[in-house]
Design a protein around this ligand. Sequence first.
Ligand SMILES: [Zn+2]
Length: 240
Amino acid sequence: MVLEDKTVPVKEDEAICPTAENSCAIDVGLEKFLTCDDGSYVEIPRFLRKASLRLARLQRAKSKFPKGRKDKQKLHKAIAKLHQKIARQRQDFHFVTAYWLFLKADVVFIEDLKLKNLIRRNKPKPDGKGNFLPNNQAQSSGMNKSWLDAGHSQFFKVLEWVAWKLGKRVIKVNPWGTSQYCHACLNKVPKSLSDRWHSCPCGAELNRDENSGKLLKLLGLGLASIQTAPLRERSQRSIA
Ligand SMILES: [Zn+2]
């Protein structure tokens, strides 16, 4: 993927200042590809899900094949071809989505994925004897998930490139607490990963990802702040 184009230089000091009107924030996830703070969302395309399943099937088949068989060569070629096809389709989808976002807004707030991965680890389960019991970390970082994670960081690169091309802007925000706090009253509303709905005593009732998007926008604009826990403590909490 070539993301360099020196024909449209945009000077730093011309960068757009984000306001509530000209910006939007997106929450990326495993259920929806992304959810905007206005409640609109983009599904993970079905062709990508299907292709990744097909790829996994072919790879399994290849690993079971005896060495040196001619058919194995064929399988190898089929896998390489499918890889290429998925990469192309995914990139197209990323570009379409990025342009769609910049039709809505001049500034897009995104989650800082490096920080997000740090705080998303499952809570360790000590057994009281100094050892740790299984906490399903392996399952929740399974193939499908890592595949999607990679997709999100690739998407952010495309988004930044499109922003630069259009003279718009992408701003990374620390997503700590965006899934656990209420965007309306900033109180903590604890949720597990499977709770898809945000229901707060203050009356806020909305989709979990939309709440995260709304809160991310407020944090990005500097209109709200959540007291963040020290990094080590953060990484041991089950916050996604
Ligand atoms: Zn609330």
